[in-house]
Design a protein around this ligand. Structure first.
Ligand SMILES: Cc1cc2nc3c(=O)[nH]c(=O)nc-3n(C[C@H](O)[C@H](O)[C@H](O)COP(=O)(O)OP(=O)(O)OC[C@H]3O[C@@H](n4cnc5c(N)ncnc54)[C@H](O)[C@@H]3O)c2cc1C
Ligand code: FES
Length: 237
């Protein structure tokens, strides 16, 4: 069990929870979270928003029973967190674009931070799309070279993929697919990495609930991903 240190309301829908946990979480990985005994039956997958090795933070949107329970946690309460799981975003250098939509902005904070720390000469531009109130923009600005915020429109309209060496994205599947198609149509040389947020049950590769079709056959988003190449996931569509 991990101790909740903070559980802060960010907007009406989003909360940021920090828990005490020794960890070696990498950018783009996730934990399975559980703050109840029997019901709901399944733990909930939530991306690592930030980590300093001794604590890990989660930015989560209230959508249902599980996240409603997370919202009620107070400092000092305990939560079961299992992870970190999955293959996250790869290291990269040069000119990098991070494109997030909705809850998909969550893993991009640590990603920008780690990319800049590992490669100080890298240029990290972020494109963040929100359907409602934008959030934590000042925190994203502190870890990236530029942050373009889109409210209520299509964040994929804001990026010129030909300007980048690598592009990484997380958000609704339709957004990531549109971005992939844009990269192809403008002839972008940059590889596009997509983080798949399929529904999950076990989170460790055993149940196949999260299976997605790729050009390399069926893959489990939790174990083989969640980060995969956009060409693998959307290349045949
Ligand atoms: C690898 C991974 C990382 C994730 N990271 C984050 C994160 O950092 N922050 C965050 O807020 N959420 C994240 N999610 C989504 C999060 O897991 C779900 O929102 C959560 O499980 C919902 O639980 P609930 O009990 O509140 O809602 P439920 O009662 O289970 O569902 C409520 C509604 O949300 C929908 N829903 C549930 N799970 C998903 C999903 N995976 N994708 C799309 N819709 C879903 C359901 O269809 C339903 O309409 C991630 C999911 C995955 C697979
Ligand atoms: S959630 Fe069980 S295999 Fe991925």
């Amino acid at each position: 069990m991990a101790k909740v240190l903070e559980n802060q309301r960010i907007t009406d829908d989003f909360y940021l929870m920090k828990v005490e946990e020794e960890n070696n979480a990498e950018m783009g990985q996730f934990y399975m979270l559980r703050a109840w005994d029997k019901y709901p039956i399944l733990s909930r997958p939530i991306s690592v928003f930030d980590s300093d090795g001794k604590t890990v933070s989660f930015l989560y949107k209230i959508v249902g029973q599980g996240t409603e329970i997370f919202k009620g946690l107070e400092p000092g309460d305990e939560i079961k967190i299992d992870g970190p799981h999955g293959n996250g975003f790869p290291d990269a250098n040069g000119k990098i674009a991070l494109v997030g939509g909705g809850v998909g902005v969550a893993p991009l904070y640590l990603t920008a931070k780690r990319l800049k720390a590992a490669n100080p000469d890298a240029v990290v531009d972020m494109y963040l799309g929100f359907s409602g109130e934008p959030m934590l923009v000042d925190r994203y600005e502190a870890v990236a070279d530029s942050v373009t915020v889109n409210v209520g429109g299509f964040v994929t309209d804001d990026i010129d993929p030909t300007k980048y060496d690598v592009i990484m994205t997380c958000g609704p599947e339709i957004m990531m697919k549109v971005l992939y198609k844009k990269c192809v149509s403008v002839g972008a040389a940059a590889p596009l990495y997509v983080s798949m947020e399929n529904r999950m049950a076990c989170g460790i590769g055993a149940c196949l609930v999260c299976t997605c079709k790729t050009s390399g056959g069926n893959k489990r988003a939790c174990k083989d991903g969640p980060v995969m190449l956009g060409s693998e996931v959307f290349g045949n569509e």
